[in-house]
Design a protein around this ligand. Sequence first.
Ligand code: NAD
Length: 252
Amino acid sequence: MQVELTGKRVVVAGASRGIGRAIALACAGAGASVSICARGAAALEATRVELAAFGGTVHAASCDLGQRAAIDLYIQAAAAALGGIDVLVNNATGYGPSDDEASWDASLSVDLMAVVRASQIALPFLGARPGASIINISSGSGLNPSPRNPSYGAAKAAVMHYTRTQAAALARSGIRVNCVAPGSIEFAGGTWDDRKKNAPDLYNATLAGCPMGRMGHPEEVADVVVFLASDKAAWITAQIIGVNGGQGLRGA
Ligand code: NAD
């Protein structure tokens, strides 16, 4: 089976590094036109250059996904640059780790409301052509509550629920809505790389809960997103797909 995205116009919200970057690269490698955003300029530009090497249309813009007006500007600009939008990937996280106002604000505004807002704003573009879909990146934390990240977990759980309500609402329009829930994904400069150095007890305890003896790679999440974005997944909607190597399985 060949999975390809030739002719698809893909927007990855939150894609200068980590999983979002891997998703954008995998989509471009599969033949898609790609738009990416992030808040900072330097990492965004570096990823834009990597994307351009695939030879397709690439758009990159700074955007704070915590602000509705900024999301609106970004989605309109992405649609103009790509000539429309077929696939929206909502990837960014505000990762609020604590049970305080700032953490709840960060988690709800970026992990949840940016998903809702970008989906609403992109909808007129997604409805314009068959084969459109939305893919929301949630987390195993949305399924398995932890006192380490109450606001993040709650926001990610809400994203799973919203995925399914949107899938139901948009099915008649032919727009599929799915969710990918990664387990612990390690990459240079990412959360687990940081914890390996600065919180080794947490890192080692989490690694011990990975039955395959390692954490995941961003590309392993990206491959699933490419499949879900492709027409090979035409009959898949309203699904929450764990990409986690069996993390959390008892007795493994
Ligand atoms: P990351 O923090 O390394 O990267 C997130 C990307 O989103 C970056 O490009 C960042 O610039 C961008 N971003 C963050 N806030 C933004 C904002 N307000 N406006 C615009 N862009 C913004 O995250 P990651 O580890 O690559 O995770 C990606 C997704 O996967 C997130 O939704 C995260 O919750 C989820 N996830 C990650 C892991 C993991 O172990 N890394 C595990 C489960 C789920």
